[in-house]
Design a protein around this ligand. Structure first.
Ligand SMILES: [Zn+2]
Length: 264
């Protein structure tokens, strides 16, 4: 990626304006005014945007002098570039009315988030020591959304869809992802194995009674089994906590929508 320097007389330069949540990625001194940068010959708008710190999967739309352009657009002297964030994705109701649930690749440092997503039934690829190259390739090959806090990873060209997780707290990370991808409707709590991502199946209590702690035998009636790793699940305290997190994230979404509706 070419190094950008401040524009000066005789150098081709362009002006960049970033909107909304994309300010999260800019250095503090760059957030309030248009940013002027020299542009190298044949430099793409993707290069320039990422050199300023913004990974391209976070960007939904770019305009050059008011006209929409793709990431491969070659910058020209005097260009005015506006960069808009990817917003919450619209619900896509499918034949079942539940929409197509998104699938994820989750970076190794976000293990709790990966487990939460699986607990909510989302197909989530996760390996604790997966190298960046494998994460990017897996996301591209399977058409999965890549979740990471590593901006450099999101800048890789083969990553088409992804999200840079802002918080370092797992519950807040989940709330961010639920809001960003509107997951409340498509969540299926108790749907997947936290350990291996297998689809859980109902299993009769009588078949697993010898594997249950005595308290669970008395208190729980519904059990699910992972056919892939033989894991056994019931609706214990983790499940209740999961539902509260989902509810809180969904309530956050609803109140944000209300607030934006009020402003109109
Ligand atoms: Zn499993």
């Amino acid at each position: 990626m070419p190094e950008l320097t401040s524009g000066s007389a005789g150098t081709a330069a362009a002006e960049f304006r970033f909107h909304g949540r994309l300010h999260d990625f800019l250095a503090p001194g760059l957030r309030d005014a248009p940013i002027r940068r020299a542009v190298a010959p044949r430099q793409t708008v993707k290069d320039a945007i990422e050199a300023l710190g913004v990974p391209h999967p976070e960007v939904e739309r770019v305009t050059a002098n008011g006209r929409p352009v793709g990431f491969g657009y070659r910058l020209r002297d005097g260009d005015e570039i506006a960069v808009y964030p990817a917003g919450p994705v619209p619900e896509r109701p499918g034949p079942t009315g539940h929409g197509d649930a998104p699938r994820f690749v989750v970076d190794g440092h976000l293990g709790r988030l990966a487990a939460y997503l699986r607990a909510l039934g989302f197909d989530t690829w996760y390996r604790i020591h997966a190298p960046d190259q494998e994460l990017a390739q897996r996301a591209a090959a399977d058409d999965r959304l890549l979740l990471t806090r590593d901006r450099g990873l999101l800048k890789r060209s083969i990553v088409r869809q992804g999200y840079c997780v802002r918080s370092d707290r797992p519950a807040e990370q989940l709330a961010e992802v639920v809001r960003r991808f509107r997951l409340v409707e498509s969540a299926r709590p108790f749907g997947r194995c936290l350990r291996c991502n297998g689809l859980l199946e109902r299993i009769d209590a009588a078949l697993v009674v010898d594997r249950l702690p005595p308290r669970v035998q008395h208190e729980q009636r519904e059990f699910r089994h992972c056919p892939d790793c033989d894991g056994l699940y019931w609706k214990g305290s983790h499940y209740e906590r999961m539902l509260r997190l989902l509810e809180a994230s969904g309530a956050g979404l609803a109140s944000r929508q209300q607030t934006s509706a009020d402003r109109r």
